[in-house]
Design a protein around this ligand. Structure first.
Ligand code: NDP
Length: 328
């Protein structure tokens, strides 16, 4: 196949445009492995790329899509051969390197991991970067020495993709999960994923005080800004919050009081450049520990053509859970 279907973002003086079009394999970027993509997914960052709301795309034309599952078609990398089932998350895919909303990608084999045992390509993309990041957050809280027996854990942006998987993972690991959301009407959905309590986002959007009543030991924050400042101010002595997102904003203004008076830690989590060993550990745990029924309950599916609309929806905060994109 020398020509294939892809979502392409172009930029001209008139601005950014995006559409589905035929792309030539000869125009793919350098790499030692060519993959036939079967599934991708929708992350917040993909929404930013599609809508152009934030400058995540660093070259034009760009094929967006930061995650893929597929089958190796050609390889000069000794670790991969035609027919291997593979997964890729991040590494600049859809930002600096032509991405996953396409029937073909050409990438560095070092970026690929084998499809984790026990997961189908569809399930791997139902997890996607969002779910893999949720696992990195849990692992980071555990590395900090936190145990579910010592107190509850909060998840912010709980109805979103990272949030939904974080709720399911933390509950599965034995945590009493407090799910914070701006969509309290989704309480039954969140309880189905394992949330023990629902907290209206409005309780965390007021101006933060240096210290407030201690409410949780641990947390996964997907939203940043004032909500993260409030979450830190309410974290119990010796607790920690894993911060991975900015859905409410990139800013963080608060007080150092939680750090210096309560020994609270703020743990930064990045998935894009995470080293291979950490990825393999995270994906191995996802395959073993994430309840498949809960994963199915949080997942919807769109065809490649549906991604343009879905991209607008995720940036507007209207997507629930995870979205799988059927590519080929
Ligand atoms: P989603 O849009 O699926 O989830 C984000 C959720 O945040 C929404 O569902 C909503 O939850 C909440 N939210 C949205 N807007 C606001 C707002 N203005 N104020 C407060 N809460 C808001 O996105 P993802 O789950 O894919 O990603 C979540 C965040 O994590 C993003 O910022 C993304 O960039 C980041 N991320 C970072 C990664 C990393 O490597 N560090 C990797 C993956 C994602 P609710 O309706 O429940 O309130």
């Amino acid at each position: 196949m020398s020509a294939f279907k892809a979502v392409v973002i172009d930029k001209t003086e008139a601005g950014q445009s995006v559409g589905i079009r035929t792309f030539d394999e000869a125009d793919l970027m350098d790499g030692d492995v060519t993959v036939r993509v079967s599934h991708s997914t929708l992350n917040y960052k993909d929404g930013l790329a599609i809508t152009g709301k934030a400058p995540v795309v660093r070259r034009f034309p760009m094929i967006p899509g930061v995650d893929l599952a597929g089958t190796v078609e050609a390889s000069s990398n000794p670790d991969f051969k035609p027919g291997d089932a593979v997964v890729l998350n991040g590494w600049g895919l859809g930002e600096t390197h032509l991405g996953a909303y396409a029937e073909r990608v050409r990438v560095k084999g070092d970026w690929l991991i084998p499809l984790p045992q026990g997961l189908s390509p569809r399930q791997a993309m139902a997890i996607g970067t969002a779910g893999y990041t949720a696992m990195l957050c849990l692992m980071s809280l555990e590395r900090h020495g936190l145990q579910p027996s010592r107190g509850p854990a909060i998840v912010t942006g709980a109805v979103g993709g990272v949030g939904s998987v974080a709720v399911a993972l933390l509950a599965g690991a034995g945590w009493h999960v407090i799910a914070s959301t701006g969509r309290p009407e989704e309480a039954d959905y969140l309880k189905g994923l394992g949330a023990a309590e629902i907290l209206d986002r409005a309780e965390l959007t007021g101006p933060s005080r240096p210290l407030a009543k201690e409410r949780w030991l641990a947390g996964v924050d997907t939203v940043g800004s004032t909500i993260l400042a409030n979450v830190l101010s309410m974290t119990k002595y010796g607790g920690a919050i894993a911060a991975c997102g900015l859905a409410a904003g990139m800013d963080l203004s608060g007080s150092v009081a939680p750090f210096i008076l309560r020994n609270v830690a703020l743990l930064g989590v990045d998935s894009v450049m995470a080293p291979r060993e950490l990825r393999l550990e995270a994906w191995g745990r996802l395959a073993r520990e994430l309840d498949h029924d809960k994963l199915a309950a949080m997942t919807s599916t769109v065809p490649l053509e549906g991604i343009l609309e879905a991209g607008k929806e995720i940036v507007a905060g209207r997507i629930k859970g995870r979205v799988v994109v059927e590519v080929g």
